[in-house]
Design a protein around this ligand. Structure first.
Ligand SMILES: Nc1nc2c(ncn2[C@@H]2O[C@H](COP(=O)(O)OP(=O)(O)OP(=O)(O)O)[C@@H](O)[C@H]2O)c(=O)[nH]1
Ligand SMILES: [Mg+2]
Ligand SMILES: [Zn+2]
Length: 297
């Protein structure tokens, strides 16, 4: 019997498909994981015991660098965040929530604006103008799928796992199909009555792309920011954080403290007011502990 190392690309009812040097083998997890309450995740680097009798066993999970979302994906290097200009409507607050969440998870984000093709010119112009600000504070922003398609292969480093994120209906699977023709992911029209997606993608799945992987996901719709400590929230707004070194108080929360650089830069129009609004809103949610019921347990 021989052993090999690979990456879990999908998990379906107790079976784990593991990519090993460009081939995918179906495996089952050894009972030992259950005993240890360890659950293999898509994205996990694993050791597989290849058996000639037709059954391959997953025998070891290598240490994870991180674990994101529900359903979770492991070892994420970067997030490709899909934000729609329309259908569902563009929302700066939603964008800030995603960015805060991934900053807290310590993974970088590349932003892609979808549905520019069906957005009225004036509206698109206004959105692009808002996104310019995000570019300015350090995020890569793509407003054009072709440009993303050109650059992405060189941005993904060997064996890296990138994951798609964004609300249902934003166009994650559509983008993946465009990037990787063989992905063949199902896409679904959004509900016109609710202007919302229908949760078409239900499972996390990795696809080979360039020298690494891209994951399609159900989109991390329940972004829980509630585990963030309230006085650390500002660290995850990079623009606020950069400014805060000049705040008079070292642990300034940018609320009512005198000598607050953040507030000064907002007055001067150098920090987007919408960012501050998002910060205050999330801060309030956290401090009032308005945590959804399912997270309280
Ligand atoms: N015109 C236009 N339609 C798009 C674009 N991207 C996605 N769509 C459409 O939007 C709908 C939703 O796209 P999906 O790719 O299924 O969205 P998703 O983000 O994967 O959604 P979930 O799987 O539910 O999380 C589909 O009808 C797509 O054809 C785009 O850039 N332009
Ligand atoms: Mg999808
Ligand atoms: Zn301050």
């Amino acid at each position: 019997m021989n052993k090999a190392q690979g990456t879990i690309v999908s998990a379906i009812s107790g079976y784990y498909d593991v990519e090993i040097e460009n081939e995918v083998v179906r495996t089952r997890a050894r009972g030992v994981f259950r005993d240890r309450k360890q659950k293999p995740l898509v994205g996990d680097r694993v050791v597989v015991q290849l058996d000639n009798q037709g059954m391959n066993y997953l025998i070891e999970i290598l240490p994870r660098t991180n674990e994101i979302g529900r359903p979770a994906i492991a070892n994420v290097s970067k997030v490709l965040l899909v934000i729609s200009a329309v259908e569902p409507d563009f929302s700066l607050e939603l964008l800030d929530r995603y960015l805060t969440f991934f900053a807290w998870k310590n993974v970088g984000v590349v932003i892609y604006l979808s549905k520019a093709d069906i957005t009225p010119t004036e509206k698109l112009k206004a959105i692009k103008c808002k996104l310019d600000y995000y570019q300015k504070i350090g995020y890569s922003v793509f407003e054009d799928a072709e440009e993303l398609e050109r650059q992405l292969p060189t941005m993904i480093q060997k064996d890296q796992i990138w994951t798609l994120a964004g609300q249902s209906g934003a166009g994650k699977s559509t983008l993946l199909n465009k990037l990787e023709n063989e992905a063949n992911q199902e896409t679904g029209a959004i509900s016109t009555a609710l202007n919302r997606g229908k949760h078409t993608t239900r499972q996390v799945k990795l696809f080979k792309y360039s020298s690494g992987f891209i994951a399609d996901t159900p989109g991390f719709s329940a972004i829980d920011l509630f585990k963030i400590k309230v006085d650390e929230l500002g660290n995850y707004f990079y623009d606020l954080k950069d400014a805060s070194v000049k705040c008079k108080f070292r642990r300034c929360q940018h609320i009512k403290e005198p000598g607050c650089e953040v507030k000064k830069l907002i007055e001067e129009g150098k920090i987007a007011k919408s960012r501050y609004d998002s910060y205050l809103k999330i801060r309030q949610e956290i401090s009032e502990n308005r945590m959804p019921e399912y997270l309280k347990k």
